[in-house]
Design a protein around this ligand. Structure first.
Ligand code: HEM
Ligand code: SF4
Ligand code: SF4
Length: 404
Protein backbone atom coordinates (compact mmCIF):
# COMPACT_ATOMS: atom_id res chain seq x y z
CA UNK A 1 0.00 0.00 0.00
CA UNK A 2 1.39 3.44 -0.88
CA UNK A 3 2.09 6.05 1.84
CA UNK A 4 -0.60 8.42 0.66
CA UNK A 5 -3.71 6.39 1.61
CA UNK A 6 -2.30 5.67 5.12
CA UNK A 7 -1.77 9.39 5.71
CA UNK A 8 -5.24 10.14 4.44
CA UNK A 9 -6.74 7.55 6.80
CA UNK A 10 -4.77 8.94 9.73
CA UNK A 11 -5.80 12.49 8.98
CA UNK A 12 -9.43 11.40 8.81
CA UNK A 13 -9.03 9.59 12.10
CA UNK A 14 -7.73 12.78 13.68
CA UNK A 15 -10.57 14.88 12.31
CA UNK A 16 -13.36 12.34 12.81
CA UNK A 17 -12.10 9.62 15.15
CA UNK A 18 -13.60 6.17 14.75
CA UNK A 19 -12.70 4.83 18.19
CA UNK A 20 -15.78 5.48 20.40
CA UNK A 21 -13.73 6.60 23.40
CA UNK A 22 -11.65 8.93 21.23
CA UNK A 23 -14.88 10.26 19.75
CA UNK A 24 -16.20 10.84 23.27
CA UNK A 25 -13.08 12.76 24.28
CA UNK A 26 -13.19 14.81 21.10
CA UNK A 27 -16.80 15.89 21.57
CA UNK A 28 -16.27 16.42 25.33
CA UNK A 29 -13.40 18.79 24.49
CA UNK A 30 -15.64 20.68 22.05
CA UNK A 31 -18.37 21.02 24.69
CA UNK A 32 -15.84 22.21 27.24
CA UNK A 33 -14.43 24.79 24.84
CA UNK A 34 -17.97 26.03 24.13
CA UNK A 35 -18.63 26.39 27.88
CA UNK A 36 -15.33 28.23 28.36
CA UNK A 37 -16.20 30.66 25.57
CA UNK A 38 -19.49 31.43 27.30
CA UNK A 39 -17.61 32.03 30.56
CA UNK A 40 -15.27 34.37 28.63
CA UNK A 41 -18.29 36.38 27.53
CA UNK A 42 -19.49 36.61 31.13
CA UNK A 43 -16.27 37.35 33.02
CA UNK A 44 -13.62 37.97 30.33
CA UNK A 45 -10.73 35.77 29.33
CA UNK A 46 -8.47 37.01 32.14
CA UNK A 47 -10.92 36.01 34.88
CA UNK A 48 -12.03 32.67 33.47
CA UNK A 49 -11.27 30.10 36.21
CA UNK A 50 -11.07 27.28 33.64
CA UNK A 51 -7.90 28.85 32.25
CA UNK A 52 -6.34 28.84 35.72
CA UNK A 53 -7.26 25.26 36.56
CA UNK A 54 -3.70 24.39 37.66
CA UNK A 55 -2.94 27.76 39.22
CA UNK A 56 -6.04 27.65 41.43
CA UNK A 57 -5.05 24.67 43.62
CA UNK A 58 -1.50 26.09 43.78
CA UNK A 59 -2.83 29.43 45.02
CA UNK A 60 -5.15 27.86 47.60
CA UNK A 61 -2.30 25.64 48.76
CA UNK A 62 -0.29 28.77 49.65
CA UNK A 63 -3.27 30.04 51.65
CA UNK A 64 -3.35 26.73 53.50
CA UNK A 65 0.36 26.93 54.30
CA UNK A 66 0.06 30.54 55.53
CA UNK A 67 -2.98 29.89 57.75
CA UNK A 68 -1.49 26.57 58.93
CA UNK A 69 1.68 28.34 60.13
CA UNK A 70 -0.58 30.75 62.04
CA UNK A 71 -2.34 27.82 63.73
CA UNK A 72 0.93 26.12 64.69
CA UNK A 73 1.76 29.05 67.01
CA UNK A 74 -1.18 28.13 69.25
CA UNK A 75 -1.94 24.46 68.66
CA UNK A 76 -1.01 22.02 71.42
CA UNK A 77 -0.68 18.46 70.23
CA UNK A 78 -1.82 16.57 73.34
CA UNK A 79 -4.97 14.66 74.23
CA UNK A 80 -6.12 17.06 76.88
CA UNK A 81 -4.99 20.38 75.40
CA UNK A 82 -5.64 20.14 71.64
CA UNK A 83 -9.34 20.96 71.95
CA UNK A 84 -8.80 23.89 74.31
CA UNK A 85 -5.90 25.31 72.29
CA UNK A 86 -8.19 25.64 69.26
CA UNK A 87 -11.06 27.10 71.30
CA UNK A 88 -8.57 29.59 72.76
CA UNK A 89 -7.96 30.97 69.25
CA UNK A 90 -11.29 32.84 69.56
CA UNK A 91 -9.56 35.15 72.08
CA UNK A 92 -6.54 35.82 69.88
CA UNK A 93 -6.74 38.70 67.34
CA UNK A 94 -7.80 37.15 64.01
CA UNK A 95 -7.50 33.74 65.65
CA UNK A 96 -10.89 32.51 64.51
CA UNK A 97 -10.30 33.99 61.08
CA UNK A 98 -7.04 32.04 60.74
CA UNK A 99 -8.63 28.81 61.90
CA UNK A 100 -11.68 29.18 59.67
CA UNK A 101 -9.61 30.22 56.63
CA UNK A 102 -7.47 27.12 57.12
CA UNK A 103 -10.49 24.89 57.19
CA UNK A 104 -12.27 26.48 54.24
CA UNK A 105 -9.06 26.76 52.19
CA UNK A 106 -8.75 23.00 52.58
CA UNK A 107 -12.25 22.62 51.11
CA UNK A 108 -11.41 25.10 48.36
CA UNK A 109 -8.22 23.16 47.59
CA UNK A 110 -10.14 19.94 47.00
CA UNK A 111 -12.75 21.72 44.87
CA UNK A 112 -9.95 23.39 42.85
CA UNK A 113 -8.23 20.02 42.38
CA UNK A 114 -11.49 18.51 41.12
CA UNK A 115 -11.92 21.38 38.67
CA UNK A 116 -8.30 20.94 37.53
CA UNK A 117 -8.64 17.16 37.14
CA UNK A 118 -11.93 17.55 35.27
CA UNK A 119 -10.42 20.16 32.92
CA UNK A 120 -7.30 18.15 32.05
CA UNK A 121 -9.35 14.99 31.56
CA UNK A 122 -12.23 16.44 29.58
CA UNK A 123 -9.89 18.31 27.22
CA UNK A 124 -7.85 15.13 26.69
CA UNK A 125 -4.71 16.59 28.25
CA UNK A 126 -4.00 13.61 30.46
CA UNK A 127 -2.37 11.00 28.25
CA UNK A 128 0.82 10.17 26.37
CA UNK A 129 3.46 12.88 26.99
CA UNK A 130 1.32 14.25 29.85
CA UNK A 131 1.41 10.95 31.71
CA UNK A 132 3.80 12.19 34.43
CA UNK A 133 1.64 15.17 35.46
CA UNK A 134 -1.40 12.89 35.52
CA UNK A 135 0.14 10.10 37.62
CA UNK A 136 1.78 12.50 40.07
CA UNK A 137 -1.53 14.40 40.14
CA UNK A 138 -3.28 11.26 41.44
CA UNK A 139 -0.65 11.10 44.21
CA UNK A 140 -1.29 14.79 44.96
CA UNK A 141 -5.00 14.07 45.29
CA UNK A 142 -4.27 11.20 47.69
CA UNK A 143 -1.90 13.40 49.73
CA UNK A 144 -4.52 16.15 49.91
CA UNK A 145 -6.96 13.62 51.40
CA UNK A 146 -4.34 12.44 53.90
CA UNK A 147 -3.63 16.05 54.91
CA UNK A 148 -7.34 16.84 55.25
CA UNK A 149 -8.28 13.71 57.21
CA UNK A 150 -5.28 13.96 59.56
CA UNK A 151 -6.22 17.64 60.06
CA UNK A 152 -9.68 16.66 61.29
CA UNK A 153 -8.02 14.18 63.66
CA UNK A 154 -6.24 17.07 65.37
CA UNK A 155 -9.31 18.91 66.66
CA UNK A 156 -9.67 16.87 69.84
CA UNK A 157 -13.47 16.53 69.63
CA UNK A 158 -15.77 13.52 69.32
CA UNK A 159 -15.25 13.44 65.57
CA UNK A 160 -11.44 13.33 65.90
CA UNK A 161 -11.55 10.25 68.08
CA UNK A 162 -14.18 8.68 65.86
CA UNK A 163 -11.92 9.21 62.83
CA UNK A 164 -8.86 7.83 64.58
CA UNK A 165 -10.79 4.82 65.83
CA UNK A 166 -12.30 4.08 62.42
CA UNK A 167 -8.97 4.53 60.64
CA UNK A 168 -7.45 1.98 62.99
CA UNK A 169 -10.29 -0.45 62.20
CA UNK A 170 -9.84 0.13 58.46
CA UNK A 171 -6.09 -0.49 58.62
CA UNK A 172 -6.52 -3.57 60.83
CA UNK A 173 -8.61 -5.10 58.05
CA UNK A 174 -5.64 -4.98 55.65
CA UNK A 175 -4.19 -8.49 55.33
CA UNK A 176 -0.68 -9.18 56.73
CA UNK A 177 0.37 -5.60 57.53
CA UNK A 178 -2.91 -4.45 59.11
CA UNK A 179 -1.72 -4.42 62.74
CA UNK A 180 1.48 -2.63 61.82
CA UNK A 181 -0.40 0.08 59.90
CA UNK A 182 -2.91 0.50 62.72
CA UNK A 183 -0.14 0.88 65.28
CA UNK A 184 1.40 3.59 63.07
CA UNK A 185 -1.82 5.59 63.26
CA UNK A 186 -2.12 5.13 67.01
CA UNK A 187 1.63 5.46 67.67
CA UNK A 188 1.22 2.75 70.29
CA UNK A 189 -1.36 0.21 71.43
CA UNK A 190 -3.99 2.86 72.32
CA UNK A 191 -5.06 6.46 71.82
CA UNK A 192 -2.55 8.58 73.74
CA UNK A 193 -0.76 11.95 73.44
CA UNK A 194 1.48 10.21 70.95
CA UNK A 195 -1.55 9.58 68.71
CA UNK A 196 -2.21 13.32 68.48
CA UNK A 197 1.46 13.98 67.78
CA UNK A 198 1.39 11.25 65.13
CA UNK A 199 -1.68 12.82 63.47
CA UNK A 200 0.16 16.17 63.42
CA UNK A 201 3.19 14.44 61.95
CA UNK A 202 1.09 12.91 59.13
CA UNK A 203 -0.60 16.27 58.59
CA UNK A 204 2.69 18.14 58.15
CA UNK A 205 4.38 15.30 56.28
CA UNK A 206 1.60 15.12 53.69
CA UNK A 207 1.74 18.92 53.23
CA UNK A 208 5.49 18.71 52.65
CA UNK A 209 5.05 15.74 50.32
CA UNK A 210 2.61 17.88 48.30
CA UNK A 211 5.53 20.29 47.65
CA UNK A 212 7.73 17.43 46.53
CA UNK A 213 5.13 15.87 44.24
CA UNK A 214 4.18 19.28 42.88
CA UNK A 215 7.78 19.65 41.76
CA UNK A 216 7.56 16.25 40.00
CA UNK A 217 4.12 17.21 38.68
CA UNK A 218 5.58 20.22 36.88
CA UNK A 219 8.91 18.69 35.92
CA UNK A 220 7.82 17.95 32.37
CA UNK A 221 5.94 21.19 31.81
CA UNK A 222 8.41 23.85 30.77
CA UNK A 223 6.20 26.88 31.45
CA UNK A 224 3.47 25.91 33.89
CA UNK A 225 0.66 28.37 34.42
CA UNK A 226 0.94 28.76 38.19
CA UNK A 227 -0.27 32.25 39.04
CA UNK A 228 -3.88 33.38 39.15
CA UNK A 229 -4.89 36.90 38.11
CA UNK A 230 -5.41 39.51 40.82
CA UNK A 231 -9.16 39.34 40.15
CA UNK A 232 -9.37 35.55 40.61
CA UNK A 233 -7.05 35.65 43.64
CA UNK A 234 -9.12 38.39 45.27
CA UNK A 235 -12.34 36.49 44.54
CA UNK A 236 -10.99 33.26 46.09
CA UNK A 237 -9.66 35.05 49.21
CA UNK A 238 -12.90 37.06 49.45
CA UNK A 239 -15.16 33.99 49.28
CA UNK A 240 -13.05 32.06 51.81
CA UNK A 241 -13.01 35.00 54.25
CA UNK A 242 -16.73 35.59 53.78
CA UNK A 243 -17.59 31.94 54.48
CA UNK A 244 -15.15 32.00 57.42
CA UNK A 245 -16.92 35.08 58.78
CA UNK A 246 -20.42 33.69 58.29
CA UNK A 247 -19.76 30.15 59.55
CA UNK A 248 -16.65 30.22 61.76
CA UNK A 249 -14.98 26.82 62.05
CA UNK A 250 -15.92 25.10 65.28
CA UNK A 251 -15.44 21.82 67.09
CA UNK A 252 -17.93 19.18 68.19
CA UNK A 253 -18.28 18.16 71.83
CA UNK A 254 -14.93 17.56 73.49
CA UNK A 255 -14.13 14.05 74.59
CA UNK A 256 -14.04 13.82 78.33
CA UNK A 257 -12.58 10.36 78.37
CA UNK A 258 -10.59 9.84 75.13
CA UNK A 259 -10.33 6.08 75.61
CA UNK A 260 -14.07 5.98 75.42
CA UNK A 261 -14.55 6.28 71.63
CA UNK A 262 -17.99 7.66 70.69
CA UNK A 263 -20.44 5.14 69.22
CA UNK A 264 -21.57 7.60 66.59
CA UNK A 265 -20.32 11.02 65.58
CA UNK A 266 -21.17 13.64 63.02
CA UNK A 267 -19.16 13.46 59.79
CA UNK A 268 -19.71 17.17 59.14
CA UNK A 269 -17.42 17.49 56.12
CA UNK A 270 -18.57 15.65 53.03
CA UNK A 271 -15.62 16.65 50.91
CA UNK A 272 -12.90 14.94 52.93
CA UNK A 273 -14.73 12.44 55.06
CA UNK A 274 -17.29 10.49 53.00
CA UNK A 275 -15.03 7.44 53.27
CA UNK A 276 -15.75 7.34 57.01
CA UNK A 277 -19.47 7.27 56.37
CA UNK A 278 -18.82 4.29 54.06
CA UNK A 279 -16.68 2.67 56.74
CA UNK A 280 -19.38 2.88 59.40
CA UNK A 281 -22.26 1.97 57.11
CA UNK A 282 -20.67 -0.74 54.92
CA UNK A 283 -17.43 -1.78 56.65
CA UNK A 284 -13.72 -1.81 55.75
CA UNK A 285 -14.09 -3.98 52.63
CA UNK A 286 -16.43 -1.47 50.98
CA UNK A 287 -14.13 1.38 52.09
CA UNK A 288 -10.99 -0.16 50.57
CA UNK A 289 -12.97 -1.19 47.50
CA UNK A 290 -13.99 2.45 46.95
CA UNK A 291 -10.41 3.69 47.55
CA UNK A 292 -8.95 1.18 45.06
CA UNK A 293 -11.70 1.93 42.54
CA UNK A 294 -11.21 5.69 42.74
CA UNK A 295 -7.42 5.88 42.74
CA UNK A 296 -6.83 2.75 40.63
CA UNK A 297 -9.38 4.02 38.10
CA UNK A 298 -7.67 7.42 37.93
CA UNK A 299 -4.27 5.78 37.49
CA UNK A 300 -5.57 3.56 34.66
CA UNK A 301 -7.42 6.30 32.80
CA UNK A 302 -4.53 7.51 30.58
CA UNK A 303 -3.89 3.95 29.36
CA UNK A 304 -7.36 3.47 27.86
CA UNK A 305 -6.27 5.06 24.61
CA UNK A 306 -2.94 5.08 22.82
CA UNK A 307 -2.08 7.38 19.93
CA UNK A 308 -0.14 6.40 16.84
CA UNK A 309 2.98 8.52 17.12
CA UNK A 310 4.49 9.36 13.76
CA UNK A 311 5.71 12.94 13.96
CA UNK A 312 8.19 12.75 16.78
CA UNK A 313 10.97 15.36 16.48
CA UNK A 314 14.30 14.14 15.15
CA UNK A 315 17.64 15.91 15.41
CA UNK A 316 19.87 15.88 12.33
CA UNK A 317 23.13 15.22 14.06
CA UNK A 318 25.44 16.84 11.51
CA UNK A 319 23.54 20.12 11.56
CA UNK A 320 23.11 20.55 15.33
CA UNK A 321 25.54 23.13 16.74
CA UNK A 322 24.50 22.57 20.37
CA UNK A 323 23.00 26.05 20.89
CA UNK A 324 20.32 24.68 23.32
CA UNK A 325 17.53 26.91 21.98
CA UNK A 326 15.29 23.95 21.18
CA UNK A 327 15.77 22.46 24.67
CA UNK A 328 14.80 25.77 26.26
CA UNK A 329 11.74 26.21 24.06
CA UNK A 330 10.35 22.64 24.11
CA UNK A 331 7.12 22.88 26.16
CA UNK A 332 7.38 19.32 27.52
CA UNK A 333 11.11 19.11 28.31
CA UNK A 334 11.48 16.44 25.63
CA UNK A 335 14.90 17.66 24.48
CA UNK A 336 18.04 17.05 26.50
CA UNK A 337 21.47 18.39 25.64
CA UNK A 338 24.04 15.61 25.84
CA UNK A 339 27.82 16.00 25.76
CA UNK A 340 29.37 14.74 22.55
CA UNK A 341 32.54 14.96 20.47
CA UNK A 342 32.43 17.40 17.57
CA UNK A 343 34.44 15.80 14.81
CA UNK A 344 34.52 18.96 12.68
CA UNK A 345 35.75 21.27 15.47
CA UNK A 346 37.76 18.48 17.11
CA UNK A 347 36.50 19.36 20.56
CA UNK A 348 33.76 18.35 23.02
CA UNK A 349 30.35 19.81 22.23
CA UNK A 350 26.66 19.47 23.03
CA UNK A 351 24.08 17.65 20.95
CA UNK A 352 20.30 17.92 21.24
CA UNK A 353 18.58 14.58 21.82
CA UNK A 354 14.82 14.06 21.74
CA UNK A 355 13.26 11.69 24.25
CA UNK A 356 10.36 10.31 22.16
CA UNK A 357 7.78 9.48 24.90
CA UNK A 358 7.86 13.12 26.02
CA UNK A 359 7.51 14.63 22.55
CA UNK A 360 4.09 16.09 21.80
CA UNK A 361 4.90 16.41 18.08
CA UNK A 362 4.14 20.12 18.37
CA UNK A 363 6.99 21.28 16.13
CA UNK A 364 7.98 24.20 18.36
CA UNK A 365 11.62 23.06 18.24
CA UNK A 366 11.63 23.30 14.45
CA UNK A 367 10.88 26.98 14.84
CA UNK A 368 13.52 27.36 17.56
CA UNK A 369 16.32 25.91 15.49
CA UNK A 370 18.06 28.42 13.27
CA UNK A 371 20.23 25.65 11.85
CA UNK A 372 17.55 23.48 10.25
CA UNK A 373 18.66 20.67 12.50
CA UNK A 374 15.23 19.37 13.56
CA UNK A 375 12.61 17.57 11.55
CA UNK A 376 9.41 15.84 12.49
CA UNK A 377 10.29 12.27 11.64
CA UNK A 378 7.54 11.42 9.16
CA UNK A 379 5.99 14.76 8.46
CA UNK A 380 4.67 14.41 4.93
CA UNK A 381 5.93 17.18 2.71
CA UNK A 382 3.21 19.77 2.16
CA UNK A 383 3.99 22.92 0.21
CA UNK A 384 3.23 25.93 2.40
CA UNK A 385 0.84 27.37 -0.24
CA UNK A 386 -1.31 24.24 0.06
CA UNK A 387 -1.45 24.58 3.84
CA UNK A 388 -2.38 28.27 3.60
CA UNK A 389 -5.16 27.41 1.15
CA UNK A 390 -6.44 24.58 3.35
CA UNK A 391 -6.43 26.66 6.54
CA UNK A 392 -7.95 29.82 5.01
CA UNK A 393 -11.53 30.42 6.21
CA UNK A 394 -13.88 29.49 3.41
CA UNK A 395 -16.11 32.48 2.61
CA UNK A 396 -18.70 33.08 -0.07
CA UNK A 397 -17.49 35.64 -2.62
CA UNK A 398 -19.36 38.99 -2.23
CA UNK A 399 -22.26 39.33 -4.69
CA UNK A 400 -20.80 42.34 -6.68
CA UNK A 401 -17.42 40.67 -6.95
CA UNK A 402 -19.05 37.49 -8.19
CA UNK A 403 -20.94 39.49 -10.83
CA UNK A 404 -17.81 41.22 -12.23
C1 HEM B 1 -2.11 19.65 44.75
C2 HEM B 1 -2.85 19.52 43.67
C3 HEM B 1 -2.42 19.99 42.31
C4 HEM B 1 -1.78 21.14 41.95
C5 HEM B 1 -1.35 22.28 42.86
C6 HEM B 1 -1.59 21.10 40.51
C7 HEM B 1 -0.98 22.09 39.78
C8 HEM B 1 -0.79 22.05 38.41
C9 HEM B 1 -0.23 23.12 37.60
C10 HEM B 1 0.20 24.47 38.13
C11 HEM B 1 -0.19 22.68 36.31
C12 HEM B 1 0.28 23.46 35.08
C13 HEM B 1 -0.99 23.97 34.43
C14 HEM B 1 -0.76 24.71 33.13
O1 HEM B 1 0.37 25.04 32.82
O2 HEM B 1 -1.77 24.95 32.44
C15 HEM B 1 -0.68 21.33 36.27
C16 HEM B 1 -0.78 20.55 35.14
C17 HEM B 1 -1.36 19.30 35.09
N1 HEM B 1 -1.98 18.64 36.13
FE1 HEM B 1 -2.05 19.29 38.05
N2 HEM B 1 -2.11 19.92 40.02
C18 HEM B 1 -2.64 19.23 41.09
C19 HEM B 1 -3.33 18.02 41.02
C20 HEM B 1 -3.58 17.31 39.87
C21 HEM B 1 -4.39 16.14 39.78
C22 HEM B 1 -5.16 15.53 40.95
C23 HEM B 1 -4.36 15.72 38.47
C24 HEM B 1 -5.02 14.54 37.86
C25 HEM B 1 -5.12 13.37 38.40
C26 HEM B 1 -3.51 16.63 37.74
C27 HEM B 1 -3.18 16.51 36.41
C28 HEM B 1 -2.46 17.44 35.67
C29 HEM B 1 -2.11 17.30 34.27
C30 HEM B 1 -2.43 16.10 33.36
C31 HEM B 1 -1.43 18.47 33.90
C32 HEM B 1 -0.85 18.81 32.51
C33 HEM B 1 -1.87 19.67 31.80
C34 HEM B 1 -1.32 20.25 30.52
O3 HEM B 1 -0.20 19.97 30.12
O4 HEM B 1 -2.06 21.04 29.91
N3 HEM B 1 -3.06 17.60 38.61
N4 HEM B 1 -1.05 20.97 37.56
S1 SF4 C 1 18.23 24.53 18.24
FE1 SF4 C 1 19.04 23.27 16.56
S2 SF4 C 1 21.23 23.64 16.62
FE2 SF4 C 1 20.43 24.38 18.57
S3 SF4 C 1 20.66 22.60 19.95
FE3 SF4 C 1 18.62 22.47 19.06
S4 SF4 C 1 18.86 21.13 17.28
FE4 SF4 C 1 20.90 21.81 17.86
S1 SF4 D 1 8.08 18.58 18.69
FE1 SF4 D 1 9.94 19.47 19.54
S2 SF4 D 1 9.23 21.13 20.89
FE2 SF4 D 1 7.46 19.84 20.49
S3 SF4 D 1 7.47 18.40 22.22
FE3 SF4 D 1 8.59 17.39 20.52
S4 SF4 D 1 10.71 17.89 20.94
FE4 SF4 D 1 9.48 19.32 22.17
Amino acid sequence: MSAQPIEAVERDDVLQPRHPYRRFLRSATRWQVAVERKVNELVSYEQNPFYFHGALPTFVFWMLIASGIGLLFYYKATLTESYESLVYLAKVPFGNCIRSSHRYSADAMLLAIYLHTFRVYITDRHREYRIVPWLTGVVLLLLTYVAGISGYMLVGDQRSWGLIHQSVQAFQAVPLVGDFLASQVLAGPDITDYTVARALFFHLLSAMAIFWFLWMHLLRIRRPFMIVTIGIGAAVVGVILMVAGLWPAGSYTPVVEPMHVPEAYEIGNWLYLPGFWLLSSAGPLAFWGAVVLLFGGLLMLPYLLRDTRRNIAMVVRDKCVGCQLCAIDCPYSAITMVPTWNERKKKPDLLAVVYPPRCSECGVCIGSCDFDAIELSSMPYRPIEDLVKELAPKREAPAEAAGD
